[in-house]
Design a protein around this ligand. Structure first.
Ligand code: SF4
Length: 433
């Protein structure tokens, strides 16, 4: 072929190539539009900047009162209210004094400007959002603030509250020992007595031993109910979101109200069709849309290792006669927890035992960014768990109002991996010996 006709052919096909290319671009952008989930799909709706804690519009099966309703209600009855930061604290001592504890975990999406004046940007969101929320919304409605020494970040926050800010409200600290020897138990008994005495000027009374024991028994009863709820959840496959909304209501509901909801609410829970079974570890599943996404992906949380939930089930069947040693033994009996200085090996055995018991194929670690106690354990712990055949996924969050698209994508991939492993585990169990 001569060079000139070849050039003419090229010129004549150029418009066709151009149209084809344009068409394929349009197709791929349309495909992307269809495939990428709408950013609101898992989050109900965008956060309201003016009022980030406003209830989302997703239809809830469980019609629970909010923390705010409870604070107002309790105060109207003439009782005192304590704002309590995570994680471990002697709820029984507050109850015996007639003080109602309402826990602060965030809330997700709350602006952090007030805290940013006092803390470094690499302080976790539990402290930054919680501190801001406390000052902007909570302080004028509560009678005291309790800050357990769970980590350096919370200890720093307690110092700022006591020494650098004008709160007008008493701030009590609570120190939990960092090990579980006999000496630690003796330290804890003294610490409980100190905390109990510090409550007297606030409540204006010294509760009887019988009142303390009654509060201990009530909480032990709640722990028993929680265990039963978990058993039923694993058998029935309740929606993770609805189940955890009930579990987390314990952070602010009076025990009697919680027991009433625990008795009636589960019969209304939606059920999911699980494709995979997982354990959920970390501090708090916020935003709760995480659990909604797990529902949609068919991942059933069969046990948790969360600071806001099962790490605070201090079950103790051996209730000794004196209230303070009894309470100390209960607190010492909780499961392994990185904020209590428990060795990684103990956490590993605990998680593997849970995974084996419930045939879980993987563990999701949902952690606040910059949470030192959690993150120190993660490299070695995940390696040990993977060697044991468990899929692991570590996600770090700053208690935002919604899940990021990147998190959604990673959770989708994790769900496929776990579904395969769970299927394998089920087949393995069904194979006759
Ligand atoms: S998230 Fe971690 S660092 Fe932050 S308060 Fe909780 S334990 Fe401490």
């Amino acid at each position: 072929m001569e060079p000139q006709p070849r050039f003419a052919i090229l010129i004549s096909v150029l418009p066709i190539i151009f149209h084809l290319f344009r068409g394929s671009r349009n197709c791929s952008s349309l495909k992307m539009h269809l495939e990428i989930p709408d950013e609101n799909r898992y989050i109900g709706r965008k956060p309201d900047i003016q009022n980030p804690t406003k209830k989302q519009e997703r239809k809830e099966v469980l019609d629970l009162p909010g923390r705010w309703d409870i604070v107002k209600n309790v105060r109207q009855k003439g009782k005192k209210v304590a704002a309590v930061f995570p994680i471990h604290y002697p709820r029984e001592l507050l109850q015996a004094h007639g003080i109602h504890p309402v826990e602060i975990f965030g809330p997700p999406g709350w602006p952090t400007q007030t805290a940013d004046r006092h803390f470094q940007s690499y302080t976790c969101a539990i402290v930054r959002r919680g501190f801001s929320f406390l000052h902007e919304k909570v302080l004028s409605h509560v009678d005291l603030v309790v800050v357990p020494h769970s980590c350096d970040a919370l200890q720093g926050m307690a110092s700022v509250l006591m020494d650098f800010t004008e709160n007008g409200k008493p701030v009590l600290t609570f120190y939990l020992p960092r090990s579980r020897r006999k000496e630690d138990e003796a330290f804890l008994v003294n610490e409980l007595r100190r905390f109990f005495q510090a409550l007297t000027p606030i409540s204006g009374r010294i509760p009887e031993e019988a009142e303390l024991k009654k509060a201990i028994r009530l909480n032990q009863h709640v722990f028993g109910i929680l265990e039963k709820l978990w058993e039923e959840h694993v058998l029935t496959g309740w929606s993770n979101l609805e189940f955890f909304r009930l579990l987390r209501a314990r952070e602010y509901l009076p025990a009697e109200d919680f027991l009433r909801y625990a008795d009636t609410a589960p019969s209304h829970f939606r059920r999911i069709r699980p494709k995979g079974r997982i354990l959920l570890s970390g501090i708090v599943p916020e935003p709760m849309d995480l659990l909604h996404l797990l529902d949609e992906l068919g991942l059933l949380v069969v046990a948790d290792d969360l600071a806001c939930s099962s790490r605070r089930v201090y079950r103790n069947s051996d209730l000794v006669s004196d209230a303070f040693p009894c309470l100390a033994q209960c607190l010492m009996a909780g499961p392994p927890d990185p904020t209590r200085g428990d060795p990684i090996k103990q956490r590993f055995f605990h998680l593997v035992k849970l995974a084996q018991k419930h045939r879980a194929g993987g563990i999701l670690f949902f952690l606040p960014k910059f949470c030192e106690p959690e993150l120190f354990d993660i490299p070695l712990l995940t390696k040990m768990l993977q060697d044991e055949g468990l899929a692991t996924l570590v996600l770090e969050s700053e208690l935002e109002s919604s899940l990021s698209q990147q998190m959604v994508t990673r959770l989708e991939a994790f769900a496929e991996l776990v579904a395969d492993r769970t299927e394998h585990l089920l087949k393995f169990k069904e194979t006759p010996a």
